[in-house]
Design a protein around this ligand. Structure first.
Ligand code: LMR
Length: 398
C-alpha cells in the first residue's frame, strides 16, 4: 500500500534546519528558522515563563481534559492583549489551537466550511506554510503584490490595485505585524485604507499575528488590527505565543473571531469547537495555562509577572533593533554602498536581503551562513560578534 504514497513537497525552512544541523563547521551561522536567540546564541526560557511554570506545577490539581475550546481564561487574556477594548467582549469568540499554525489551520477550516467559493488572497511573498496549508486544504487562493524588490519596502499602490480585483466575500490574509519573510510592514495609514476596502467589498480579513511585540511595541504592533476590528463587522485572527512568550515547542495559539451578528455567534463558537474535535480533540493546555498565569497576575505569586514578561519582550525587541542598526552600518562599510540600509528600517525577526539563489548557496557552502533560499534572514540568529564575518561574506558574493 505504502508504495502509493506521493513524495510531499519540502518546506524550505524545515529543509534548511536539517542542512544546518548536519554542517560540522564551528563558524556556521543559522539565520534560517524564526527562533529568537540572545547574544550568546541561546533561545532561553523567559524568567516570567519559568516563574509561571513553577506556579502552574505547584497549583494544578489534575491533568484531566479542559474542553474543546481550551483554557477560556487564556482566550480572554489573549483577546485583551490583541484587541484591548476596541470591540465589545461579547463580539469576540475564541478557541485555543496548537500554535499560530494550528489557529490558521482551524480558521481556514471554518472559512472553507462556509462554502462561499471565496478566494483567499495572500501576499507575494508570504510565509511558505500559508500556501502549503491552503493547498493541503484544497482551497483556492490568489496572490497580491506586496513587496517592492527595488526599494525593499511595501509597494502599497500595487497591493491596492491587485486587491481591487477581489470579489465580494473574498478573504484577505494579512500579517498583523512584522511581515514574514520580508520585514517590510504596513503603516497605520495603510491599515486604514485596507479597512475601507474591506468595508466596500465585504472582505473578510484573516490576520496572522505571530510576532506581537517584536516590531514597534506590544500595543503599537496591533494598532492596525485593532483599527480593522473596530470598524468591520467580522474578522478572524490567528494568534501565536511561540515567539513573544518563547513557548515554541509548547504550541500555544488562539483562533479568534470578531463577529457582530448575535444569531451566528453561538454557531461560530460551536464550529470552532467542532473543528478542534475532529482535528485534534482537545488543544494542548500546558503552555496556554502558563501564558494565562502571566497575563492574569491575580495571585500574590503571579502578581508582577506581566510586567516582567513585558520587560523581557521589550528587551528582545531592543536587541533585534540594535542588531539591525549594527548590521546595516557594517554592510554599508563592507559593500561600500547603501544597498542594505533597509535592514535598519525593517521590523521584526526577518528581512529579505535581495540576494540571488546562487548567492544564498555560495554563502551556505563557502561560509556556513544559512538563510532561506529567497534570502530571508532571521536577524535574531546573528550575534554581535558575527556581524563583521557576515557582512564581509555577503560583500564577497555580490
Ligand atoms: C519561520 O517562519 O521561520 C517560523 O514561523 C517558524 C516556522 O514554523 O516556519
Amino acid at each position: 500500500m505504502f508504495e502509493n504514497l506521493k513524495i510531499q513537497p519540502e518546506d524550505k525552512i524545515m529543509a534548511l534546519m536539517s542542512l544546518f544541523k548536519a554542517d560540522k563547521r564551528d563558524t556556521k551561522i543559522d539565520l534560517g528558522v524564526g527562533v529568537y536567540k540572545n547574544n550568546v546564541g541561546q533561545t532561553p526560557i523567559m524568567d516570567s515563563v519559568k516563574k509561571a511554570t513553577a506556579i502552574l506545577n505547584d497549583t494544578q490539581k489534575t491533568k484531566s481534559y479542559v474542553g474543546l475550546s481550551g483554557n477560556l481564561g487564556f482566550i480572554d487574556k489573549i483577546s485583551e492583549l490583541v484587541l484591548a477594548d476596541v470591540v465589545d467582549n461579547n463580539r469576540i469568540i475564541g478557541a485555543q489551537a496548537p500554535g499560530g499554525t494550528g489557529a490558521f489551520h482551524q480558521l481556514l477550516l471554518l472559512i472553507r466550511s462556509m462554502e462561499n467559493e471565496n478566494q483567499i488572497w495572500i501576499s507575494s511573498p508570504s510565509w511558505p506554510n500559508h500556501a502549503a496549508i491552503l493547498k493541503h486544504l484544497g482551497m483556492q487562493f490568489s496572490s497580491y503584490n506586496y513587496f517592492d524588490h527595488k526599494t525593499c519596502e511595501v509597494n502599497f499602490s500595487r497591493m491596492m490595485s491587485d486587491l481591487e480585483k477581489m470579489n465580494y466575500g473574498d478573504v484577505l490574509l494579512l500579517h498583523g505585524c512584522c511581515h514574514n519573510p520580508t520585514g517590510a510592514n504596513l503603516n497605520l495609514e495603510h491599515w486604514l485604507e485596507l479597512t475601507k476596502l474591506c468595508e466596500k467589498k465585504n472582505i473578510l480579513p484573516l490576520i496572522d499575528l505571530a510576532y506581537q511585540g517584536f516590531g514597534d511595541g506590544i500595543n503599537e504592533d496591533v494598532l492596525g488590527v485593532q483599527h480593522m476590528a473596530s470598524k468591520l463587522p467580522e474578522l478572524c485572527i490567528g494568534v501565536s505565543c511561540s515567539k513573544n512568550f518563547g513557548l515554541y515547542r509548547e504550541r500555544v495559539g488562539a483562533s479568534l473571531i470578531v463577529i457582530s451578528d448575535k444569531e451566528n455567534r453561538k454557531i461560530a463558537e460551536d464550529n470552532l469547537k467542532s473543528f478542534n474535535r475532529v482535528t485534534f480533540s482537545f488543544p494542548p493546555d500546558y503552555g496556554a495555562s502558563i501564558v494565562d498565569i502571566i497575563l492574569r497576575g491575580d495571585t500574590p505569586e503571579s502578581m508582577g509577572l506581566k510586567k516582567l514578561w513585558e520587560k523581557e519582550l521589550n528587551g528582545m525587541r531592543d536587541n533585534m533593533l540594535e542588531l539591525r542598526k549594527l548590521l546595516s552600518a557594517s554592510l554599508r562599510m563592507t559593500t561600500n554602498s547603501n544597498r542594505f540600509d533597509f535592514i535598519e528600517r525593517h521590523k521584526g525577526m526577518f528581512s529579505l536581503m535581495g540576494l540571488s539563489i546562487t548567492q544564498v548557496e555560495e554563502l551556505r557552502k563557502g561560509f556556513g551562513i544559512y538563510m532561506v533560499g529567497d534570502s530571508r534572514i532571521n536577524i535574531a540568529g546573528l550575534n554581535k560578534s558575527q556581524i563583521e564575518y557576515f557582512s564581509s561574506s555577503v560583500a564577497s558574493v555580490i
